[in-house]
Design a protein around this ligand. Structure first.
Ligand code: ADP
Length: 249
């Protein structure tokens, strides 16, 4: 569904991704676990076409990002760390705007907004301004938006930042249900081990390279400590990047 081969991205002297190679399969919830500065956001920026990689290839649902970017990007849905909804428009208007960008016929867009909104418990919120919604519900709107054009791959960059524990739990549960019923694949970037532990698969990213890849149990064994958290801390400690530009929890 998503294939990344030999991806390298440099910012001047600094190499943020070092010949990264990974493949994601449909119906799989994969956590991309890495400390601040590991390269998670850089990877997402390359996968969403915001930055070009210096080297390497990306294919999304069989479409090359280099040779057919529109087809590749049509198969990607994304929730970025920073909220990116228009607060003064209604939920429905925000979603219709996205549907228009993707060229969805209006009737189909309305149908999906109704069904997906209901699935995420937003049925009663559709005609309210986003500004009036709780943080958890705003995130759910972004999740609905990310899936409206039915992408094969959903990218979630620290998507629970700023949410309380119940909203985080609800959001993750809603997303897992989506993976199960629709067979999309999710790449969930986080620096929180507790968000990675229930994933089908965990990729540990450290200084732009994969340290481990497998089920949570296999990754725990590969990191060589009794728990995933202990292994993650032992293998990535001292790497927190003081120069990382964005605010984290
Ligand atoms: P993460 O999302 O895992 O915290 P990032 O992808 O933000 O990691 O950062 C990876 C590395 O690239 C870090 O060393 C970071 O400081 C650096 N970096 C990220 N964005 C830029 C930028 N726009 N210019 C220069 N260096 C950057």
């Amino acid at each position: 569904m998503l294939s990344v081969r030999g991806l390298t991205k440099r910012y001047g002297e600094r190499t943020a991704l070092k010949s990264l190679t990974l493949t994601l399969r449909p119906g799989e919830f994969t956590a991309l676990l890495g400390p601040n500065g590991a390269g998670k956001s850089t990877l997402f920026q390359v996968l969403t076409g915001l930055f070009a990689a210096d080297e390497g290839e990306v294919e999304v649902a069989g479409h090359s990002l280099r040779h057919d970017a529109p087809a590749a990007l049509r198969n990607i849905g994304v929730v970025f760390q920073q909220i990116s909804l228009d607060l003064d428009l209604s939920v429905r208007r925000n979603l219709l705007f996205h549907a228009d960008l993707h060229g969805l016929p209006r009737a189909l867009a309305n149908e999906r907004i109704a069904t997906d909104g209901a699935r995420f418990g937003l049925g009663a919120e559709l005609d309210r301004k986003v500004r009036e919604l709780s943080g958890g519900n705003r995130r759910k709107v972004e999740l609905v938006r990310a899936g409206l054009h039915r992408p094969a791959v959903l990218l979630m960059d620290e998507a629970t930042v700023g949410l309380d524990p119940k909203s985080r739990h609800d959001l993750l549960a809603a997303l897992r249900e989506d993976v199960r019923t629709r067979g999309v694949c999710v790449l969930w970037a986080t620096h929180w081990v507790e968000e990675a532990a229930p994933a089908d698969r965990v990729l540990v990213l450290h200084q732009g390279e994969l340290l481990a890849d497998g089920t949570p149990a296999a990754v725990t064994a590969a990191l060589g400590e009794p728990t995933l958290e202990q292994g993650f801390i032992a293998r990535t400690s001292g790497s927190a990047d003081a120069a990382a530009p964005r605010e984290r929890r």
